[in-house]
Design a protein around this ligand. Sequence first.
Ligand code: SAH
Length: 337
Amino acid sequence: MKNIYDLTLKQLEDYFISIDEKPFRAVQIYEGLYKKRYSTFDEMTNISKDLREKLKKDFSLTKIKMLIKEQGENVNKYLFELEDGNKIESVVMFHDYGTSICVSSEVGCNMSCAFCESGRLKKVRDLKAHEIVQQILIIEEDIQKRITHVVVMGIGEPFDNYENVMRFIKIINCGKGIDIGSRHITISTCGIIPGIKRFMNEEGQVNLAISLHAPNNELRSRIMPINKAYPLNDLIEVIKEYIKKTNRRVTFEYIMLEGINDSEENAKELATLLKGINCYVNIIPYNETENIGFKRTKEWKIMKFYDILKKNKINVTIRKEFGGNVDAACGQLRANN
Ligand code: SAH
């Protein structure tokens, strides 16, 4: 049985047409699910009893299950159980400009970045669109607040699960549904070039972030194995193409690893690499984890790195930190149980 939260409005319309019903029923269902937040068809009394019975036979409304919630300062972390028993995590962050959620896109991850805790658990399977959508629904219900921003930066590589992630975005972006504006949605990739090429042809204004983390090919290959398949120079070329095509600014994420990628030389190299590209760099203080040997760059050195980029006219920010106290920080999302 198909999960109802897995369907775009268009797919639901097609379903109603296929059973000789009016397509506007799809809007009624969408509003029931996403505006009124009904969790049964019986609550949707604007739909006839017969049709409700038919829907019950064709669709399930099952949601993933919240197992654990941990609260930190301006951040909550959630552990969910999927129908097949797999576990995933999401994080919600409370900012002055709104509330953002970091969703997972896969169970585990195959990218094997040397510094990342999430990748220590190899990919078990893709998440279905509905399993990503429901991370939002359940957390909104829990915090009794609307989520305003979505980042696909939890466990998993979104471009390794392209179709489901795109469907997820269509569902949450729909005005009849959760209605999160595309400019408030960001997908982060470790640099899967075919995914970026596909993504630049999608409609909408969804933001793209690239986990860069190194200013040259040799170093990037050392800490991010994906760079061997999609080397840095090719990645930069495709990003230029993406910017030309979409006119959108790209974010480069750069975690600072002590003694690895944080020297003045590295900063200069990075400035040269990104010169003239419509982008900004988000410097991320590394969150140390028990299982991995990398250390966080000292603050004064991060500032030095920042200054060099600034002097070279690169737009740069240092990411505000969340979640250190609940192990919810980037790369520390992992089902310990
Ligand atoms: N696979 C995608 C989505 C995951 S995003 C991607 O690579 O972009 C998670 C982000 O957190 C990535 O930029 C990742 O490199 C970064 N990250 C991983 N471990 C981290 C850690 N311990 N501290 C800070 N950032 C980390």
